[in-house]
Design a protein around this ligand. Structure first.
Ligand code: COA
Length: 168
């Protein structure tokens, strides 16, 4: 039987357009119902243009991974960065057809392996994004803080969740 599973690898600049499109579609689908479609569209259009994703790829102390289907389509993306001494999983997006496949966990684990030595990994998740919250809980994250503005987007309450990273 052919192996149809997506493979996880470091992102390259050639992936930028596909990653930008994946994030944008994921934002509108996931956050549209939570913050309003116009706001999700507008925020994503501002933050996820290919040039911005390409710049993030080169940022110091960051890691970008993709899940690539056998035909080359990018079906998952994870981006992490250390900011002011804290490791944040800044973005994690998996295409709907790949959700439930284990790809999300694989991307998260790829990030964690690359940051062995950091004490913990944190994420900020919008309240009501129940699938993501359940995913992070299952992966050992616990809520450490509640915020009333998601990454500066006013009126969108979030949870900060953190997971300790073991050294061995
Ligand atoms: C968040 C995301 C990366 C998780 O990947 P995934 O493949 O969907 O995750 P999994 O299927 O492994 O785990 C999801 C869990 O939520 C459960 N779940 C599914 N739908 C749910 C819902 N509506 N409410 C609550 N839990 C739900 C699943 O049963 C599973 O839990 P289980 O393992 O205990 O059965 C993916 O859903 C995604 O890309 N979402 C859109 C973007 C996003 O929200 N990113 C996170 C930003 S912080």
């Amino acid at each position: 039987m052919p192996d149809t599973a997506a493979r996880i690898r470091h992102m390259t600049e050639a992936d930028t357009e596909q990653v930008s499109a994946l994030i944008h579609a994921s934002w509108v689908r996931t956050y549209g119902p939570l913050m309003g479609e116009a706001k999700a569209e507008q925020e994503s259009a501002m933050k996820h243009q290919p040039a911005m994703i390409a710049a993030d790829l080169k940022r110091m102390h960051s890691e970008s991974f993709v899940g690539a289907a056998p035909d080359g389509r990018i079906v998952g993306y994870a981006y992490a960065k250390v900011e002011k001494g804290v490791l944040w999983l800044d973005r994690l997006h998996v295409a709907p057809a790949e959700q439930g496949s284990g790809l999300a966990a694989g991307l998260l684990h790829a990030v964690i392996v690359n940051y062995v030595g950091e004490p913990s990994i944190s994420i900020e998740v919008i309240k009501g994004n129940d699938r993501a919250i359940r995913f992070y809980e299952r992966e050992g994250f616990v809520t450490t803080e509640e915020r009333d503005a998601c990454g500066g987007i006013g009126g969108v309450p979030t949870l900060v969740m953190r997971k300790a990273i073991s050294r061995a």
